[in-house]
Write a protein that binds this ligand. Sequence first.
Ligand SMILES: *[C@@H]1O[C@H](CO)[C@@H](O)[C@H](O)[C@H]1NC(C)=O
Ligand SMILES: *[C@@H]1O[C@H](CO)[C@@H](O)[C@H](O)[C@H]1NC(C)=O
Ligand SMILES: *[C@@H]1O[C@H](CO)[C@@H](O)[C@H](O)[C@H]1NC(C)=O
Ligand SMILES: *[C@@H]1O[C@H](CO)[C@@H](O)[C@H](O)[C@H]1NC(C)=O
Ligand SMILES: *[C@@H]1O[C@H](CO)[C@@H](O)[C@H](O)[C@H]1NC(C)=O
Ligand SMILES: *[C@@H]1O[C@H](CO)[C@@H](O)[C@H](O)[C@H]1NC(C)=O
Ligand SMILES: *[C@@H]1O[C@H](CO)[C@@H](O)[C@H](O)[C@H]1NC(C)=O
Length: 559
Amino acid sequence: MLWLVMELSLQLLNPFWPAGYKGIDVRAQSPLKVGSDCQTPTATTPSSKLPDYFETTLGWYAGPTATGESPWLAQTNAAPFAGVSYIPNTPLETQAPISGNKHGRNVFERLGHMSPYFPNPRGFGVHEYPIPLGANVTWLNMVHRHGSRYPEVGGNELRLARKLTEAKGKFQAHGALSFLNDWRNVLGAEILVPVGKQQLFDSGTLHYYQYGHLYPNDGSRIIARTTTQRRMLESAEYFMAGFFGLGWTQNATLELVIESKGFNNTLAGYNACNRTSWDMGGKTAREWAEVYLLDAHERIRSNIQGDLDWTLSDTYSAQALCAYETVAVGFSHWCSLFTYEEWEAFEYSLDIAFAAGTGFLSPVGRAIGIGYVQEVLARMQHHVLSSPTAQINTTLDNNTVTFPTHQALNFDFSHDSNIISILVAFGLTQFAEYLPPTRILPDREFVMAYIEPFAGRLDIEVIQAPAPINPNRSVAIDKLYENGPPTSYVHFVLNQRTVPLGRSLKECGERDDGWCEMNTFFGVQKMQVEKAEFEWACFGDYEMPEYGVVRDGRPPKKE
Ligand SMILES: *[C@@H]1O[C@H](CO)[C@@H](O)[C@H](O)[C@H]1NC(C)=O
Ligand SMILES: *[C@@H]1O[C@H](CO)[C@@H](O)[C@H](O)[C@H]1NC(C)=O
Ligand SMILES: *[C@@H]1O[C@H](CO)[C@@H](O)[C@H](O)[C@H]1NC(C)=O
Ligand SMILES: *[C@@H]1O[C@H](CO)[C@@H](O)[C@H](O)[C@H]1NC(C)=O
Ligand SMILES: *[C@@H]1O[C@H](CO)[C@@H](O)[C@H](O)[C@H]1NC(C)=O
Ligand SMILES: *[C@@H]1O[C@H](CO)[C@@H](O)[C@H](O)[C@H]1NC(C)=O
Ligand SMILES: *[C@@H]1O[C@H](CO)[C@@H](O)[C@H](O)[C@H]1NC(C)=O
């Protein structure tokens, strides 16, 4: 492409680029603005009227600007996850007293998909292992959820907020609920809250440490994909700022895929699917709420006098308001109204809703994520996607400008329910448990807070080794490599913990490190694509099954 050639040659002409020197606005001369199809340029023009002391873009007197080598912590970390020894910067107040809570537990990690990001603390069943000497992490495909946000416009939380606003002055609240007399709605809708931006910036930073080395050293820009929705675009931007710095538009071009009903978009796959099971999920979650929430409901009702018809659904929404107010303004009175057990049960209701909404208990679970799986496989095998299958937009995917096939660093941004479906479409049946709506299934694998909290992320790595690596990673170091040809592996990392592929995909074998030999992985995934039955699942006229009938993320067989 023309602008790429120009970018490189201009750099060669000016050996001091990009440090610049007095009198020349190097950024304004940057070829990135010449015929560039990318982001709004960030530089000012040389004709800026600002006095020099207000000018931040000239780059003069900048001092030495040597950058060190790109990190590659995914490769070089010899002791990952030995323990928690570092507490990150956390502006939220998460220490409000919770009845029944014990030391070391935190209800903000019990909020399902509304939990602010935290790395999965218990893992997915295997330990983490370092990259053996001589092997290399050579490729990454990340799909990242947006950060913490305000509630969605159509949700019950804002409905409750409106109801309380309208009822103001007509009721009196007492006891633990006294705060309600002065309560005001402080929430916006849909877009990122401040800590949601931080989550993405932090993740960009983390990913730079992990994979900075994979950024091409010829300075070319990578393509990263997100959707047109505001919080999706902003999430991608904050991530890029964390990964590359504020000049990230020199390093990455964002591709915005249209997110709206009827459009093909693998980052919002449900928009190209006519069938949905969210009703089934919601109904079953409500069934469970009618079991666990009655005590709390009575406590709240007994503290309200006057003209306010407080329903069970309001009690449930009050739990969600705790989650949303905390990330929006840092503290919420709603949180302390519920006991620790009620928070665990709330979390479980969200697990049910998502398992039945787009997980293995949904007939469209596999179908919604299958287009993305095909994209990952195509990228891994370096080809475009030319025939429209599933919700793939071939206008974009049949073109190496919009679907590069040789990028080592692939960043995508998506939504919780879509990423759940992607895990299902990959066939990760370790998350396929049936969740009874009558009691909490203890020690279950499908915990939304561990799988898709706000800013949750799935990192798929390819590791190239000079020989096969022993599946028993406890062997002596001289036994780590087996005899055989160079071998590549696929490694799934979900919220900083390995998902053991062999546990769900038997062909991958029982490896301590959870990796899967790459050709084996391709073979298994081909079968997953067929299993999804996209056309039938999304457009078939089957009767929506009762909750619990579907266990494998696909609908009943066609008659
Ligand atoms: C981003 O691109 C610029 C211009 O090519 C380059 O100077 C900079 O080092 C790149 N950033 C990173 C983090 O590699
Ligand atoms: C595919 O993407 C292109 C480019 O954004 C858009 O114009 C087109 O409407 C999309 N098609 C579908 C079916 O989503
Ligand atoms: C994909 O691209 C190739 C080459 O540009 C073209 O021949 C083919 O018709 C395209 N397929 C679709 C479905 O657009
Ligand atoms: C969108 O997906 C449908 C269903 O697979 C397909 O028929 C259609 O050709 C796709 N459109 C594009 C632009 O890829
Ligand atoms: C890993 O990278 C190093 C340094 O670039 C290279 O010498 C080595 O051959 C690579 N190993 C494999 C298995 O590709
Ligand atoms: C793995 O290797 C260690 C050390 O040789 C041995 O003690 C252990 O039994 C092996 N585990 C399996 C499952 O073979
Ligand atoms: C999808 O649903 C819409 C609205 O109900 C309908 O108009 C359309 O024909 C359906 N599409 C398919 C392919 O079934």
